[in-house]
Design a protein around this ligand. Structure first.
Ligand SMILES: Cc1cc2nc3c(=O)[nH]c(=O)nc-3n(C[C@H](O)[C@H](O)[C@H](O)COP(=O)(O)OP(=O)(O)OC[C@H]3O[C@@H](n4cnc5c(N)ncnc54)[C@H](O)[C@@H]3O)c2cc1C
Length: 536
């Protein structure tokens, strides 16, 4: 399927002027290829239709497992791997897609690996000891003289981030502000308020290690936008930055997420450094060309044949002596009945609520409270490097444009970690978080329409980009991840699911009310350790 550059550039006429003025070659071939990749929308929708009708297919095959894990994202893989490593051989994992990894899968274009979703992991803090153990096991870190030292090959190379601000690229993502300006004063005030909030309430990652106090509950009850307004934080540049950060991690802005989530982002994972304040340790992240698929693939390896991809689970029913699970084998087009002693539900909670035949009140309540952002990841294969602007900072791993399409979150360069001496062909992965109202358009509209939108937005800062795109592979997520809306994180329903002790357990980032690797991985490991403890 090809898209003509002429049609594409219709929406980027201003950029075209720059291209014609000689900063890029003219198109030698008029079209590029592409399409939707990575996700089987119809498989997920089949579960929804069956849940509505209740008409399940008769099984052609019967199988047994001591523990059955439903869903092979980071949480499900972590649970199954941990169970297998604890000596429980009879653990089996059923995954709907043809490849495990969930939101942390990867892709390749022109022989270059690129992410389909999650693309980095910040260095774990002191409470994320399961993640720290994993990184050490995978050889990404080691202890030297009482310090954790990370393998430099996997730490994001410098320069890490840049922002397109007032016509040029500048270092970092916080918009620069002159000394003594009101903007700078508000940056300082936000940093001070963040320190105060952290002294009053812990913000750890994984979040359940913070405990839950009255201070947390008060922050969880209101939107981040409301909290900012009460604090008098109304500077437009600070507002842009906080909006970008919330949309980047949560898929929705400060008016949608809770104040708890808005502060947690900075206090637990990213920090906030006002210009001119004492230098903290530079924010470091681990990243790979294929993003967190590097980790997902290593989690899947020890499972071998115990990982069954292409199995869409249709129903889960808890009985007196075990759990009955019905799955659809996509390759053989037949139903499989599984009997398991225990089941770990590692799907998003709204999916688990559809699959479980006997409604669990906490699950119904958690699914009712959750909101999900649709996301688009557009991987653009370029056959040569982009022309850089004189007077700007050099290309970084992550490039963000201030003032472009409000859905766009910038792009990462899949070849940034390569050690090649000169820039060359690459894949740019552009991330867009969409309003919930655009879910239907994301599912219904042609990939070319979305590719054109992404390319037109990027053409405003890279006028030569439309001429260099060889292929565009787009991944769409109807329900990418749970948005931490007010009242969700502190809900009794989420707590009850995290503490479930019956035959059916839950492990998914949704249990934290928002989605990052550390949360997903820790839930998976914890549920496995509890199950293994019970058996020994
Ligand atoms: C675009 C995007 C970018 C992101 N970037 C980052 C990042 O850079 N860093 C970061 O830490 N986090 C990032 N995240 C968050 C990411 O969601 C988490 O890091 C993590 O991958 C979540 O894992 P999970 O196991 O909780 O969930 P999921 O990834 O949702 O896994 C659930 C699994 O269940 C399967 N499943 C669903 N229904 C069924 C069924 N009926 N039968 C069988 N299987 C089923 C799914 O196919 C999937 O594999 C990003 C997410 C998205 C969408």
């Amino acid at each position: 399927m090809a898209l003509t550059r002429r049609a594409l550039l219709g929406g980027a006429a201003a950029s075209l002027t720059l291209v014609q003025s000689g900063c890029a070659r003219r198109p030698s071939q008029p079209d590029f290829e592409g399409g939707w990749v990575g996700v089987s929308v119809e498989r997920g929708h089949r579960v929804r239709e069956l849940a509505k009708s209740g008409a399940l297919p008769a099984p052609a095959v019967r199988r047994r497992a001591a523990v059955l894990v439903v869903g092979g994202g980071i949480a499900g893989l972590a649970a199954a791997r941990e169970l297998a490593l604890s000596g429980i051989d009879d653990v089996q994992l059923l995954e709907l897609e043809e490849r495990s990894g969930g939101n942390s899968r990867g892709h390749a274009m022109g022989g270059m690996a690129c992410p389909l979703g999650a693309h980095y992991l910040p260095l774990p803090g002191p409470e994320a000891h399961e993640v720290a153990e994993l990184l050490e096991t995978l050889g990404l870190s080691q202890q030297r003289a009482g310090r954790t030292v990370y393998d430099e090959r996997h730490l994001c190379h410098s320069p890490q981030e840049r922002l397109f601000h007032e016509g040029r690229w500048v270092e970092g993502l916080l918009p620069p502000a002159p000394d003594g300006s009101r903007t700078q004063a508000q940056y300082r005030r936000f940093a001070a308020l963040l320190r105060e909030a952290s002294a009053e309430a812990a913000f750890s990652m994984p979040t359940h290690r913070s405990g839950w106090s009255a201070a947390h509950a008060a922050l969880d009850a209101v939107s981040f936008a409301h909290w900012l307004q009460v604090q008098g934080l109304d500077d437009p540049l600070l507002g842009w930055y906080l909006d970008y950060c919330c949309r980047d991690d949560y898929g929705a802005g400060p008016e949608v997420v809770s104040a708890w989530a808005g502060l947690h982002y900075f206090a637990s994972r990213h920090g906030f450094q006002a210009p001119g304040e004492a230098e903290g340790e530079r924010e470091a992240v681990l990243t790979w060309p294929e993003g967190n698929a590097w980790l997902a693939e290593r989690l899947a390896r020890p499972l071998g044949e115990r990982l069954h991809a292409g199995r869409t689970v249709l129903s889960v029913e808890e009985g007196r002596h075990g759990v009955e699970v019905l799955a659809w084998n996509e390759a053989q087009q037949q139903a499989e009945a599984w009997s398991a002693g225990r089941v770990v539900m590692a799907t998003p909670l709204f999916v688990a609520a559809r699959l479980l035949r006997r409604g669990e009140p906490a699950l119904t309540e958690a699914a009712r409270r959750q909101r999900h952002a649709p996301w688009l990841v557009a991987n653009l294969q370029l056959d040569e490097p982009l022309v850089e602007r004189p007077g700007s900072v050099p290309p970084a791993w992550d490039s963000v444009r201030q003032g472009g399409d409000p859905r766009a979150l910038g792009y990462v360069d899949a070849m940034h970690q390569s050690t090649r001496p000169h820039p060359g062909p690459t894949v740019l992965s552009a991330y867009w978080a969409l309003p919930q109202a655009q879910r239907a358009a994301l599912l219904d509209e042609d990939w070319r329409v979305w590719a054109a939108r992404v390319i037109a937005d990027l053409a405003a800062v890279h006028p030569d980009l439309p001429y260099k795109v060889k292929r565009a592979d787009l991944m769409r997520y109807g329900h990418a991840m749970s948005i931490p809306v007010p009242g969700l994180r502190g809900s009794a329903a989420l707590r009850a699911l995290g503490e479930a002790r019956g035959r059916v357990r839950f492990a998914h980032a949704d249990l934290s009310g928002y989605s990052v690797f550390e949360e997903a991985y820790t839930w998976g490991v914890q549920v496995a350790r509890r199950l293994a403890g019970r058996r020994h």
